[in-house]
Design a protein around this ligand. Structure first.
Ligand SMILES: *Cc1c(COP(=O)(O)O)cnc(C)c1O
Length: 402
């Protein structure tokens, strides 16, 4: 049995989504710019998907642009808005716990003459709204704060940030690539000016996403050439993927409440069993304001890599949360920003539960995890404390061989 508990990294494609996409690979292969009906069928499929995406976030279809995913949407929004409103000011506000794409885009903009404030977060993972207000200057043009953190799952106070931005005449972008599909987002109520969507985070295909930009806002385009996406993103549209995104976002919000309830039940069960059966384990991030499926544990006295590799040997897929830098032993910038001590941060493992997970899988994971942590801690302790020659010293060990 394979247990997939890394739904924050990506999700399994829903079969109903695949079914919806298939005809656009085989029968309906027209170019959406062509005038004959084969092309117009593709055009209609794209526009239908646009309506579905818009409806999911309470936007207008004319505010939705298809992109290659969350990464491109974030870059286009942040750079696009920054350059379009540069004459108004050059100051951007973000936080230290953003995903690498937002952080690196901001760092790049700094090299190009923009000024960026990186807000701290508290130990629960939230920015401080007063500090946000204090950091606004008459040069501030953009606030970019993620909707929910991809490592800890904590959900920021988006509507309050939106209100602060709007009061001050500043644009508000949110990286919601991880949040969409796990929480209901309303761009009007939450006063969001732009946001990013990534289909593969909610059972859609990889390599497709969308960007929402509020009507009336200007943003510079980076991909030039053809006139696709209302002249904002050149390149022949990936029709099957766009159809898949539309279907996936429609499905995920169709029986949303029921699905979320099931996920929360599994998560809470997982939470409580692990805490009951494993000592010295710490949950990262606020316990209430967080996405339903995310469990981020720090296990004392173990290395995350060892836990992940041992779980993999039992066919359980989890990660250390920072998929973009995994493979390196660097501790997560998110946990360090939350003041989690280095020693504890290094034992951090993220489990993310999705709609295909069952109670049986969670039980298997808990049992396996208990064994692995016990074993790893035993090894760690032996390596640390026991001298190979202790017996020969007859209890008078002076630590000479340690
Ligand atoms: C997945 C993710 C991205 C990147 O989205 P892609 O579609 O994979 O490019 C960006 N930000 C966050 C928070 C994410 O979870």
């Amino acid at each position: 049995m394979r247990v997939y508990l890394d739904n924050s990294a990506t999700t399994k494609l829903d079969e109903n989504v695949l079914k919806e996409m298939m005809p656009y690979f085989t029968e309906e292969y027209g170019n959406a710019l062509s005038v004959y009906s084969l092309g117009q069928n593709a055009r209609k499929a794209i526009e239908d998907a646009r309506i579905k995406v818009a409806k999911a976030i309470n936007a207008d279809p004319s505010e939705i642009y298809f992109t290659s995913g969350g990464t491109e949407s974030n870059i286009t929004a942040i750079r696009g808005l920054a350059y379009s409103y540069r004459r108004r000011g050059n100051h951007i506000i973000t936080s230290k716990t953003e995903s690498p794409v937002v952080l690196e885009t901001c760092e790049q903009l700094e090299k190009e003459g923009f000024e960026v404030t990186y807000l701290d977060v508290d130990e629960k993972g939230f920015i401080n709204l007063e500090k946000l207000e204090d950091s606004i200057t008459d040069k501030t043009i953009l606030i970019t704060i993620m909707y929910a953190n991809n490592e800890t799952g904590v959900i920021e106070q988006i509507a309050n940030i939106g209100a602060i931005a709007r009061e001050n005449g500043i644009f508000f972008h949110t990286d919601s690539s991880y949040a969409i599909g796990n929480v209901k987002i309303d761009v009007k109520r939450e006063m969001i000016d732009s946001l990013s969507i990534s289909a593969h985070k909610f059972y859609g295909p990889k390599g497709i996403g969308a960007l929402y930009v509020r009507k009336g806002l200007k943003f510079k385009k980076f991909q030039v050439g053809g006139h696709q996406e209302r002249n904002k993103r050149a390149g022949t549209e990936n029709v099957p993927a766009i159809v898949g995104l539309g279907k996936a976002i429609e499905l995920v919000y169709e029986d949303f409440e029921k699905q979320i309830q099931k996920t929360i039940e599994l998560r809470d069960y997982f939470f409580s069993e692990v805490q009951k059966r494993i000592k010295n384990v710490y949950i990262n991030g606020d316990l209430k304001r967080r996405l339903p499926g995310n469990v981020n544990f720090s296990f004392y006295d173990v290395e995350a890599e060892d836990v992940i590799l041992n779980l993999d040997m039992k066919d359980i897929c989890v990660s250390n949360g920072n998929v973009c830098i995994s493979g390196s032993l660097e501790p997560s910038h998110v946990l360090l920003a939350m003041q989690v001590p280095y020693d504890i941060a290094k034992g951090t493992v993220r489990f993310s539960i999705g709609k295909y997970n069952t109670k049986e899988e969670i039980d298997y994971t808990i049992n396996t995890l208990v064994e692995i942590i016990e074993e790893l801690r035993k090894i760690e302790k032996e390596e640390k404390n026991v001298c190979r020659f202790a017996e020969q010293c007859g209890g008078n060990c002076s630590g000479c061989h340690k």
